[in-house]
Design a protein around this ligand. Sequence first.
Ligand SMILES: [Cu+2]
Length: 471
Amino acid sequence: MITSRRQFIQSAGLAAGWAMLPGLALAGKSDDGFINLIARPGEMPLLGDGKTATRIWGYEGKSPGPQIRVRQGEEVKVRLINKLPQPTTMHWHGVRIVNGMDGVPELTQKAVPPGGRFDYVFRAPDAGTFWYHTHNRTWEQMARGLYGTLIVEEKDKPAFDQDLTLVVDDWRLTEEGQIHEKSLGALHEWAHGGRSGRWITVNGAHRPQIAIRQGSRVRLRLVNVCNASIYALKLEGLKAHLIALDGQPVAPRDVSDEPMLFSPAQRIDLALETIADHQGKASLRSLRRDGSDELAGFVIEPSSPGATTRPGLVRLPENPLSKTISMPDALKVDVKMEGGAMGGMRSAIYKGRKLGIDELIQNKHLWALAGVTGLPEKPLFSAKRGQSVVLNLINATAWPHPMHIHGFHFRALERNGKTLATAPWRDTELIMPRETVSLGFVADNPGKWLLHCHTLEHTAAGMITWFEVAA
Ligand SMILES: [Cu+2]
């Protein structure tokens, strides 16, 4: 029997390399009210303290970058200062943002050149877990570490004892612990499931251990910032209720015994409770076919004297989304997803010209949406402001794709012909091979918006398009 924390640590074989969860540094404001974020090279102890540090690119030289916390409806003012050797931008993932601040090169702004800067000023209409990341050469810049979290706090703070953000990334490193640069841009991975890595970190540390108190209520905000890795997550030794997905609240549901799919760009918010008699160790795990891996551990400490267990569930307040999708006058658009290995794509339009598969491969354009590869000159469709839109996404490939729409949250209305009555509001939906999913939303946000796969190698190899909402 394990009776002490020390024994527990020894028995779990954690004595060496036992890392606490690195807190995410909070972004600070300068005198003019701006949060300055310098995108620059830096070093992170990804392998652990005392080991060789990994040279990364990060906001303020850190990966993840500083956490930005604002109140719902508050103005966010961030000055991006580019000290990278490449142009870059910032995208505010999941924020129903004013179009000019969406951070998409060629569509909403010019990429910020090395030495340049750009002021992002916007209001965050929804409370929840969001994140920011580069939107230029994402397959390289995000693999090097350019991302951070944006937490928009509810106007009335829900009653949690701890509020933890866990940013999950996977790194492909050389034997020397440096970014494996040779595999950046590798054709094989662009045509398959994207580039993933074996060294998994949570807030920049491998298998960190998180202290929580018996009887306390913890909000866990999980953010998948991987280029391509899809996880099936499970909690062990803790009770978990799902409370939000992609920043939007859901009716709380017990997911303690349920694997949770977690694709690139998605967020999962959980309310954790300790189990009465469970002492010592709990964990967040990623399931494999033949077992599971610990992503982070929880060390459950005795409650402080006199503390009582908080009763009841926390239900998050709803966000001000337009939720009424009007089917009779909805704009319905079919989007066939094609390409990749074992996909059988023969041709696609590239820069207005039809190319055969050999030419597409030469140009590293391997995926297509609605017959077009790469960002088209003309929008996929134009909607009137306030019009309902139903996108029928037909995955004709052999791969899963986390499909992301900028500027909106949508709801899955149908999956493989089956009507879904209560699918959650999301900004990134995982569409499995050969699946057809219809996504509905109200086009109430004017501008030019992307629809793309968030497997970043697929984006780069053509799985990206855009649509317009009239002002
Ligand atoms: Cu994809």
